[in-house]
Ligand binder design. Structure first.
Ligand code: GDP
Ligand code: MG
Length: 598
């Protein structure tokens, strides 16, 4: 098909505004899938994703659409992840497109991630096509939303299709608009080859399969491809597209989107955002925008069963194939043994990886509380980055400490402004601005330490606004803060995995809360266990876990045998996630206790 009949696009939206539903309708209407095949939300193929209703894994589908002008167009729909943690992936998949369909819920209007996604699309010079979805809802107010898109985003929206992705109403207008308003890809098949990597996954037969957008030149079977960031080269064994069924082709040419496999066994060479060229038609210029991803949140992951250390390493390596933003390195904890320090883009990302490790790889893990990266300036004028509180240098050699700050924007109905500001203040937030959206809503902006967001900000925000506020944040840099390490002692011994970094003004109250919480969580042992919080060796809080009085079984007096069994099983279940630290058995939840603030 000629290049001028290709359209490459993404769908962007705030979560739940109907991105996946619209993608489903488009797939259906272009005949990509029959009704029978049409399981709900095909693009969100991972089990975990569907359960959580978020899109983690990117995917690209080739579609044929016969437009009203009688011509048949080749559309590539590139799916983007829908969460603030995956900004870089979103931006790279947008970089593979010429346009983006912006879905806005006709009842909810513009929300925090609507804006964040629009900015990413603008950064990539995309044509943005607004679409008002869910017009079938009784609470839909398309005219208000159109005005909002024009006022808040500054995009003309009076011609935006008013659709119901659910029923299919007016979805054809979206396809017509894509064909009419999104530019065909530029570039030439004769130029030196440049292909943008926007996704990859691991296949146990073929190795790493890479998703690319060919920006210049072409890639065919037998070519020798070169990953420009690392210089690694491979011979191409297969190329193809997804429709969404996998279809092999001889070559991918300029403007197209598809996959490449080349018996790539080494994960280290494949990075989202990198450029692939070929030795046959070599380019010496990398496509713009490549950057190494910087994780924002770290935690330690340890197998409950120490003999599973190697399995954990293999699982992390496999996940890294489809998720180049995961980083990890070996770590040893006195309390937990051998494990890995893992870096994530954010909290959701961390959650998702943990869950995948447990489900897909059948591992049982102990995770330590998440930490941000602190910059510690030492008295000898050097600086070290600390992502594990236990590694904090001694106070005598520290000059000062900086922590990462984010700019948080919270879009909210007016009635919650007060409670949101209160919440932000209590999280050491610094007021920046309140922006007017319309008569009923505002956008509240605060600068807040990332570590406070890592604690329980999301939950607190949700509960104090009944879920009506939407939230987005971006890193704005590092600032000096009065921080120090707080240690937790069990039975008189410091447990390294329970150390945390606290602000001086909150140290005493937090120490007390953590001790109380640990007392609740750690089951009674055969002996009394003192729980203490300490700053620089000085005890600031203490509780005691009383000794166990009698055997659990003694409670049921021999009577009901099945009840006894149940009790034993329950104990065993509970035991699974227990880790013996010194002489004390600690459950997983204990390591999260240091996140509790009240
Ligand atoms: P995403 O998070 O943007 O991918 O949103 P989904 O496509 O998963 O949709 C979120 C919810 O909105 C689902 O329960 C959909 O069934 C529902 N939904 C999507 N489009 C429409 C629509 O046009 N009308 C109505 N009433 N519900 C819709
Ligand atoms: Mg979705």
């Amino acid at each position: 098909i000629e290049q001028h009949k290709i359209r490459n696009f993404s769908i962007i939206a705030h979560i739940d505004h109907g991105k996946s539903t619209l993608a489903d309708r488009i797939l259906e209407m272009t005949g990509a899938v029959s009704d029978r095949e049409m399981k709900a939300q095909l693009l969100d193929s991972m089990e975990l994703e569907r359960e959580r209703g978020i899109t983690i894994k990117l995917n690209a589908v080739q579609l044929q659409y016969k437009a009203k002008d009688g011509q048949t167009y080749l559309l590539h729909l590139i799916d983007t992840p829908g969460h603030v943690d995956f900004t870089y992936e979103v931006s790279r998949s947008l970089a593979a497109c010429e346009g983006a369909v912006l879905v806005v819920d006709a009842a909810q209007g513009v929300e925090a991630q609507t804006l964040a996604n629009v900015y990413l699309a603008l950064d990539n010079d995309l044509e943005i096509l607004p679409v008002i979805n869910k017009v079938d809802l009784p609470s839909a107010n398309p005219q208000r939303v159109i005005k909002e898109i024009e006022d808040v985003i500054g995009l003309p929206a009076d011609h935006a299709p008013l659709i119901s992705a659910k029923s299919g109403l007016n979805v054809q207008d979206v396809l017509e608009m894509i064909v009419r308003d999104i530019p065909a890809p530029q570039g030439s098949a004769d130029n030196p080859t440049q292909a943008l990597i926007f996704d990859s996954f691991y296949d146990s037969y073929r190795g790493v399969v890479v998703f690319v957008r060919i920006k210049e030149g072409s890639i065919k079977v037998g070519d020798h491809i070169k990953f420009m960031a690392t210089g690694a080269t491979y011979e191409v064994t297969e190329v193809g597209v997804r429709t969404p069924a996998e279809i092999k082709k001889d070559e991918l040419v300029c403007g197209e989107v598809g996959w490449i496999s080349a018996a790539i066994k080494s994960i280290q060479n494949v990075h989202v955002g990198d450029t692939i060229t070929t030795l046959e038609n070599e380019s010496y210029e990398q496509l713009p925008g490549y950057r190494k991803l910087n994780p924002m949140v770290y935690c330690g992951l340890y197998p409950v069963d120490n003999s599973k250390y190697k399995n954990l390493r293999e699982a992390l390596e496999k996940i890294q194939l489809s998720d180049s933003s995961l980083v990890f390195e070996p770590e040893t904890s006195q309390a937990l043994g051998f494990g890995f320090r893992c870096g994530f883009l954010g909290l959701l990302h961390m959650d998702v990886i943990q869950e995948r490790l447990e489900r897909e790889f059948d591992l049982e893990l102990i995770a330590t509380a998440p930490s941000v990266i602190y910059r510690v300036y030492l008295t000898d004028k050097t600086m070290v980055e600390i992502d594990n509180p236990a590694m904090m240098p001694a106070p005598q050699v520290i000059d000062f400490i900086e922590e990462p700050y984010v700019k948080a924007s919270i879009m909210t109905p007016n009635e919650y402004i007060g409670s949101i500001m209160e919440l932000c203040q209590s999280k050491r937030g610094e007021y920046v601005d309140i922006e007017y959206i319309d008569d009923t809503r505002r956008n509240i902006i605060y600068n807040i330490p990332l570590s406070e967001i890592v604690y329980d900000f999301f939950d607190k925000l949700k509960s104090s606004t009944k879920g009506y506020a939407s939230f987005d944040y971006e890193l704005i840099g590092y600032r000096e803060s009065k921080l120090q390490k707080m240690d937790i002692l069990l039975n008189g011994d410091v447990v390294d995995a329970l150390s945390s970094i606290v602000h001086k003004d909150f140290a005493y109250s937090r120490g007390k809360v953590i001790c109380e919480k640990l007392k609740e969580i750690i089951p009674k042992q055969m002996f009394e266990v003192p729980v203490q919080a300490a700053l620089q060796g000085k005890i600031i809080a203490r509780t005691t876990i009383k000794a166990m009085r009698k055997n659990v079984l003694a409670k049921c007096y021999g009577g009901d045998i099945s009840r006894k069994k149940k009790l034993l099983e329950k104990q065993k279940e509970g035991k699974k996630r227990m880790k013996a630290v010194g002489s004390v058995e600690i459950p997983q939840e204990a390591f999260m206790a240091i996140l509790s603030v009240d």
